[in-house]
Design a protein around this ligand. Sequence first.
Ligand SMILES: *Cc1c(COP(=O)(O)O)cnc(C)c1O
Length: 422
Amino acid sequence: MTPFHYRDHRLCAESVRLSDIAEAVGTPVYVYSSQALQDSYRSYADAFAGLPVTICYAVKANDSLAVLRLLAAEGAGADVVSGGELRYALAAGIPAGRVVFSGVGKTREELAFALAEGVMQINVEVASELDVLSQIATAIGKTAKVAIRINPDVDAGTIAQISTGKAENKFGIAYEDAPALFRHAHSLPGVEPVGIAVHIGSQITKLEPYRDAFLRVRTLYEELKADGLPLERIDLGGGLGIVYNQEEPPSVAAYAGVVREVFHGLDAQFVFEPGRRIAGLAGVLVTKVITEKQTATKRFVIVDAAMNDLIRPALYDAYHPIQPETAPDADTEWIEADLVGPICESTDQFAANRPLPPLLADDMLVIGAAGAYGAVMACEYNGRPRVPEVLVRGSDWAVVRRRPTYEEMLAAQNLPPWLEEA
Ligand SMILES: *Cc1c(COP(=O)(O)O)cnc(C)c1O
């Protein structure tokens, strides 16, 4: 049974009616299913059973403390991209020894904090970061364990905005330059190159780009080992896609099959950094219809969620499934509509020409596949309070990030003294 399903014509998350949550918390609101999060994490754990792996959930997909805690209890590590995310992961109970710190631009403060906390691995993809790490690590008497992220120059076949493994992208170190950089890292005091990392993009729905990238990683790993470098780890990143619409992403088991095949017989530990595949299908955004507007050529359904709450359609032209909270009768006529928010931008649109049943003010719609890169990208544009988040478990649910009050939003600002008297 999927975690989001109709029961008595009403859409539920596990055993909770989404309308019950909406009534208590208001809309828009994100709702996550514990079961779905657990199931997707376990699909990774099961697929790699028997291999020495650390599954480092990519915190940037959904950084809710509750989600992190749930995954920590499953044994997950974390892939973080900032000092803030590192703090979230630690606060949720993920040990530093299971945290990878990734990113193309880390500050000295962030690196110093990560070293002081003793993270498992820092993924380096800019040569100068090695020198900074060496300085900081020797100053505090620590060793920075680093993986160097290489750019395998493969086309992940995903959209340009989230493709990261082509030579023209800003990510990674060119394959040809990697051996020299590994040797440089090895020569630096306070730095120990322990692994190779790769991450070729996001929402990947084919196995071939992975296989191509992994083969290059294996070749490089064996070359560097033969060269005497003390490598022990291979970080294969994340990026496995989910079904938003008609995509057919591979199963985690099939993906693991490629890993097993390519790295057969190699003595190494493996790290994975899945984000979207863990959280994406585990969350929905519940919104209420404000009104409808019929123009000469179009039906618009205007809802109380907007691009500030879920920016993927505006940013990537992304498709999200949309379901009415109350299932209409079988003979109801569904008529195409554009689903839009109240923000004064034409990109504030969740769907175009989508068949929807007749809707009245206060009817609810549920935007699916919104558990990853949804709430984390929310902001307060247009003076709209940041959207709250709810976690469901069975018939229980709890607000795990509340909506700020307008007073709190105002309290974060202050006037300079010279304007106070105006
Ligand atoms: C974004 C990112 C991930 C997670 O990507 P998903 O597509 O959500 O799995 C993993 N590793 C790195 C380095 C990333 O930048």
